[in-house]
Ligand binder design. Structure first.
Ligand code: NAD
Length: 483
């Protein structure tokens, strides 16, 4: 731990060393649960970035990961997973304090990151190409090659698990990786460097830099030394990053925002819905890209569903994440102001506040768990991502109308269906414009199930075997056997 934090400063993991970085400034990290100062984080500048890019390239050219026996690469990843598990308790306290999430959720992030390394470590020696029949005069086959240097930009809502989600397949494929941590809560992610160091990751194969998105992040993705970009974050930032990707003509994986809808039919089990609603919109204070941001309910059970949802929201325990309450703060004063502002536009647009609707008057950045009812599907609050503990209920009459409403935003990350009729569930799932559809349980699935967006929610897939193919390119080798 001594090298990771020095003189109260959390540092950058650069080419196997813990360094202060050259940006000159420090990032002051605040606890959103009580507005206390958690720690300062060293900020990497231009020189650190150049050093990270150079060491990543050198490691790649040396074949540190790419030419390692695939099974050995898999074992390295399993060692990383174990080291992540070893730091989970300590890391969880830091992550809980800097992000505001519960201690339990913070620990789950480390465990999930470890699981990504276990999963992709297990497939490192199974990234198999094809043999293509061209007749007796040719031998033809494909191989998957890593891109080279992968630049990965991580958001603040799940910094540790999302870093694991992208780093693990990138390493399994043999790329070098440079991660830019989110400036609001960089410390838990920076700590992953400890696990990498203890597992003996080759020097330069992975660096984790702390810095401001519009500065360090923008420079990283614009560098011609980068061969592939992985971005998880908001649509406007993704659009900016895509411009850099276009300039350098490099592939980019975009995991962006959402405004996902649950479609609740008249035969749905309301207990199941309410349990899903709790995790769907109140987990991590709703700061989840795949949150249950809209709930479309058949008119025959609509009022009952709204009443149950309001009861849930009003009954949640609220507190600092270290106490593992049901409901925690949003990440910052700015986020709270944004969530409150868009919620108040809902009232002007005719929505009924069934629960919450305002910030909670206490230390920290707490928005009351909020249920908005009678939301006009075309209104701003039903169209824009809020990224807070606020969901929008609207009634529907027919299946076709529900599908139209669910598909009626520019996003398409996930969707949900609540019904006892499996034929209907299959039929509607096919019609929903989303990368993943949950039936009767929001967030069903796991690290092995492909995840990603449609429309402005992005493109490319993370998680599962599917994700691996975003981290490799195909080479075809065609051999003439004539003569
Ligand atoms: P954001 O776009 O503001 O920031 C994300 C990251 O990008 C941060 O690390 C930030 O420092 C960096 N960044 C900012 N400007 C940059 C630039 N010009 N160039 C390079 N990097 C830059 O998003 P956020 O507020 O941190 O995260 C919330 C958003 O992320 C929401 O829209 C949410 O839906 C989305 N998200 C999506 C997924 C997914 O898997 N689809 C997962 C989590 C979050």
């Amino acid at each position: 731990m001594s090298d990771f934090v020095k003189d109260g400063l959390a540092r950058n993991f650069l080419a196997g060393e813990w360094v202060e970085g050259d940006a000159g400034n420090r990032i002051a990290v605040e606890d959103p649960g009580n507005q206390e100062h958690v720690a300062d984080c060293a900020q990497a500048g231009e020189k650190s970035l150049a050093a990270a890019l150079e060491s990543a390239r050198t490691s790649f050219e040396r074949g540190d990961l790419a030419d390692m026996q695939p099974s050995e690469r898999g074992r390295l990843m399993i060692r990383i997973a174990q080291e992540i598990r070893n730091i989970a308790d300590e890391g969880a306290v830091l992550l809980c304090r800097e992000s505001g999430k519960t201690l339990e959720a913070a620990r789950d992030e480390f465990i999930e990151a470890a699981q990504y390394f276990e999963y992709y470590g297990g497939v490192a020696d199974k990234i198999e190409g094809k043999s293509i029949p061209l007749g007796p005069d040719y031998a033809d086959y494909t191989v998957f090659e890593p891109f080279g240097v992968s630049a990965q930009i991580v958001p603040w809502n799940f910094p540790v698990s999302i870093a694991g989600r992208s780093l693990a397949p990138s390493m399994a494929a043999g790329n070098s990786t440079i991660i830019k941590s989110p400036e609001l809560d960089p410390i838990g992610l920076a700590m992953l460097g400890l696990a990498l160091e203890r597992a003996d990751v080759p020097t330069g194969a992975v660096s984790i830099l702390n810095g401001i998105g519009s500065d360090l992040g923008a420079r990283l993705v614009a560098s011609p030394e980068v061969d592939q970009i992985v971005f998880t974050g908001s649509v406007p930032t993704g659009q900016n990053i895509l411009k850099s990707a276009a300039d350098n003509v490099v592939p980019a994986l975009m995991e962006l925002g959402g405004k996902s809808a649950a479609v609740v039919f008249d035969d749905a089990d309301l207990d199941t819905l309410i349990a899903s609603l709790q995790s769907g919109i109140f987990y991590n204070a709703g700061q989840v890209c795949s949150a249950m941001a809209r709930v479309l309910v058949h008119r025959s059970i609509y009022e009952q569903a709204v009443e149950r949802a309001a009861g849930l929201a009003n009954g949640l325990s609220v507190g600092h994440g270290l106490k593992n309450p049901d409901h925690t703060p949003v990440i910052s004063a700015r986020q709270l102001a944004q969530v409150e502002a868009i919620t108040s536009t809902a009232r002007q647009d005719g929505a009924r506040v069934a629960a919450g609707g305002v910030r909670l008057e206490r230390d920290g950045y707490f928005m009351a768990p909020t249920i908005l009812a009678d939301v006009d599907p075309s209104s701003r609050v039903a169209q824009e991502e809020i990224f807070g503990p606020v969901t929008c209920f609207s009634p529907f009459d027919t299946e076709a109308e529900a599908i139209g409403m669910a598909n009626g935003t520019e996003f398409g990350l996930v969707a949900g269906i609540f019904t006892r009729d499996l034929a209907r569930a299959h039929r509607v799932a096919r019609k929903l414009r989303a990368g993943q559809v949950f039936v009767n349980e929001w967030f069903a699935g796991g690290i092995s199930t492909p995840f990603g967006g449609v429309g402005k929610s992005g493109f490319g897939r993370e998680k599962g075997l599917e994700a691996l193919y975003n981290y490799v390119r195909t080479k075809n080798i065609a051999i003439s056997l004539k003569g």
